[in-house]
Design a protein. Structure first.
Length: 129
């Protein structure tokens, strides 16, 4: 069994049914795995769906069915802010949502499931390409 923090990139590819999304599907639909999604990541995916005039309820239902939605607590919010500030010193476009994924992964000892290049150099990243 593996445990994953699934980021917005991975969910969007999965929900689009893309070739990369098929690789994500193999992991998130494997019942041996445990998937976790930050509530911030859920917001990012809903935002993308609204922007594209797609029904966000489709995304909400899929993400909720396939992962545990993790609420933001003070400890995680502070850690995400620290990570965001540290990483932004060298990576100007590292997003706050990405920092929440990283903070969640560190807190819960999770692998990060993504294809977002911002995570490519992190040790516990399962990089889909």
């Amino acid at each position: 069994m593996s445990r994953y923090a699934v980021d917005a990139w991975a969910w969007i590819e999965y929900l689009d049914g893309s070739q990369k999304g098929q690789k994500v599907k193999q992991i998130v639909e494997d019942r041996k795995n445990q998937n976790f999604t930050s509530v911030i990541t859920l917001s990012e995916v809903v935002s993308k769906f609204v922007k594209l005039k797609k029904d966000p309820n489709v995304a909400i239902a899929a993400i909720s069915a396939l992962s545990k939605i993790v609420q933001v607590d003070q400890e995680t919010a502070v850690r995400a802010g620290e990570l965001h500030g540290e990483i932004r010193r060298s990576v100007n476009d590292f997003g706050l949502g990405d920092a929440y994924v990283l903070a969640l992964a560190k807190k819960e000892n999770l692998k990060i499931l993504t294809g977002d290049p911002h995570f490519k150099d992190f040790k516990k990243t399962v990089f889909v390409n």
